[in-house]
Design a protein around this ligand. Structure first.
Ligand SMILES: Cc1cc2nc3c(=O)[nH]c(=O)nc-3n(C[C@H](O)[C@H](O)[C@H](O)COP(=O)(O)OP(=O)(O)OC[C@H]3O[C@@H](n4cnc5c(N)ncnc54)[C@H](O)[C@@H]3O)c2cc1C
Length: 346
């Protein structure tokens, strides 16, 4: 089959790799220039690498554990020591009492390298956004069942579609096909997912000693996580990534990002007692509109019931808001389709 995957998420790339290895012809359509979605990395060109989406993850499922072992062998991830502190809203504690006893893994060279590694098994069309779908399966003069309509006004024709974006984006894409297909049931389902935003600051500090904590988990009003990137790899400068709370992101969406960042940095300086944090040498920002799904469900993928025109949805909102759930979502769909469409392969 010729398969079009919308979104170069971890889920999309894992599904693409597995389907590609089984002989399907896979193209991943990605709206941004870079791959990986929320597995996002900034290289500031000054010797500093920041993972400004996912910061670390756990691995429990045996399939995901073996993927993580492969990434370890490739020197892309490693166990991350867990000197976590916890800010309860008024006080900083040495060790986060809510800390998971599981191992933490972090990227050694930036999570976007994981996406680059996975992308070798698929064709990539980047910097082009999927705006909608047209079902052409019933039209016998056309060879393919689907047309993915791209915002550069071109189209991508394929036999099967996988939407590997946050649910809210998948909703918009599916709406365009609701008249010709039985998509309505899935649309109703997908419409129920809600997301929290996050405002993220990446800050570097020249000639500053690296803090002796790896991360601070925050239960305060404005902050969610402070991550010490310098504890993951040898960055040239001391580097921090700060994720705001959802409430802070919502309240400051229209604000000048520099002002919002300054407010967060001052709070981190106050909480940790490390005044220098308020005065970075350089800073960058990112607003995550879909940082985390508030109501993920316990299903690995959703499929439209159309044998002649396969369409499925995958992503971390199916399974649980983590790299592990995203991986398993992509993997399980690919395993299912590889079995189901083996004979139909062209
Ligand atoms: C701030 C933050 C912190 C996080 N921390 C952790 C953590 O500590 N541990 C953990 O396990 N997970 C964490 N996560 C979640 C983790 O990043 C995700 O679970 C993981 O990256 C997989 O997401 P995904 O596969 O569902 O899709 P995404 O990563 O959201 O990918 C979707 C892709 O689709 C693309 N796209 C969207 N619309 C279109 C369109 N119309 N056309 C083409 N392409 C499109 C996007 O550009 C993106 O590349 C965090 C996320 C954020 C944002």
């Amino acid at each position: 089959m010729k398969i079009g995957i919308i979104g170069s998420s971890l889920a999309g790339l894992v599904a693409g790799k597995k389907l590609g290895q089984a002989g399907h012809e896979v193209t991943v359509i990605e709206k941004t220039r870079t791959l990986g979605g929320r597995m996002a990395t900034l290289d500031d060109g000054e010797g500093n690498i920041f993972d400004y989406g996912i910061s670390h993850f756990h691995a429990n499922n045996p399939d995901f554990v073996s993927f993580v072992n492969y990434l370890k062998e490739e020197n892309l991830v490693d166990e991350w020591s867990s000197r976590f502190e916890y800010f309860d809203g008024s006080q900083l504690h040495d060790l986060n009492p809510n800390r998971s006893p599981e191992l933490h893994y972090a990227s050694t060279r930036g999570f976007s390298r994981v996406a680059q590694k996975l992308s070798r098994w698929v064709d990539i069309k980047s910097s082009v956004q999927a705006g909608g779908l047209t079902y052409i399966g019933a039209d016998r003069t056309k060879k393919r069942a689907w047309m993915i309509n791209l915002t550069d006004v071109s189209v991508f024709e394929c036999d099967a579609v996988i939407i590997a974006t946050p649910a809210t984006v998948a909703y918009g894409i599916l709406m365009t096909a609701q008249d010709e297909t039985p998509a309505r049931r899935i649309i109703r389902h997908v419409d129920e997912f809600n997301y929290d935003p996050s405002f993220t600051v990446m800050a570097s500090y020249r000639n500053q000693e690296v803090p002796d904590w790896d991360a601070v988990e925050c239960a305060g009003e404005h902050l969610k996580w402070v991550i010490n990137e310098s504890s993951k790899r040898d960055n040239a400068d001391t580097s921090l990534v700060i994720h705001s709370s959802a409430a802070f992101a919502r309240n400051n969406k229209e604000e000048d990002p520099q002002k919002a960042a300054s407010g967060l940095l001052q709070q981190v300086a106050r909480i940790t007692g490390q005044d220098w944090i308020a005065q970075p040498t350089a800073e960058h920002y990112h607003y995550w509109q879909y940082a985390s799904c508030r109501n993920p469900i316990d299903e690995r993928f959703m499929e439209l019931e159309m044998e002649e025109a396969p369409l499925a949805l995958i992503g971390d909102y199916l399974g649980g808001n983590s790299a592990e759930s995203s991986y398993l979502s992509g993997l399980r769909l690919a395993e299912y389709w590889n079995e189901k469409y083996e004979l139909a392969r062209v």
